[in-house]
Design a protein around this ligand. Sequence first.
Ligand SMILES: [Zn+2]
Length: 180
Amino acid sequence: MESTYNRKWAILLVAGIATTVTGIIAYRKYKTQIMNLVDMTKLALVGRTINKIIVHCTATRPSQACTVELIDKWHRERGFDCIGYHYVIYRDGSVHEGRPLSKVGAHCTGQNSDSIGISYCVGVAEDGKTPQDNRTDAQKQALKQLIKELRQAYGDIPVYGHRDFANKACPSFDAKKEYN
Ligand SMILES: [Zn+2]
């Protein structure tokens, strides 16, 4: 009698744990789907027309540090008033704000006024110059998600790579093909 009773409770306990775990997994999946990388309220206040997204790579070596702060420093040294890109995606897939979206970027000659510039870290081989699409899976996912969210704010705007407007390899893959 007592053992039947215990078994009932054991079954209930296992069922309870299984339900909780399933629930947590489902919730996390849902959270990932609605994950907002960008602050939608900020997007509504840019004060300029956004017609396109242009993807870049930082062209830093894989072993080299790549942060918004460093890029900001390098771009200032080149005479810009701050980092030229609006977003930078690190190797771990984290998305970092660069220049405020309200400010016209400094990333693609002739295309800055109505665009958003996104750069992912690296994009070249260790020699520092051979173009290489060495995006991590996390970066690919983050880039896709960021583009999706920007399109939620600005409509189905086209995505280009820097190389579509300049005689450059940047961003070392065909962004136009991948995101349109
Ligand atoms: Zn570029």
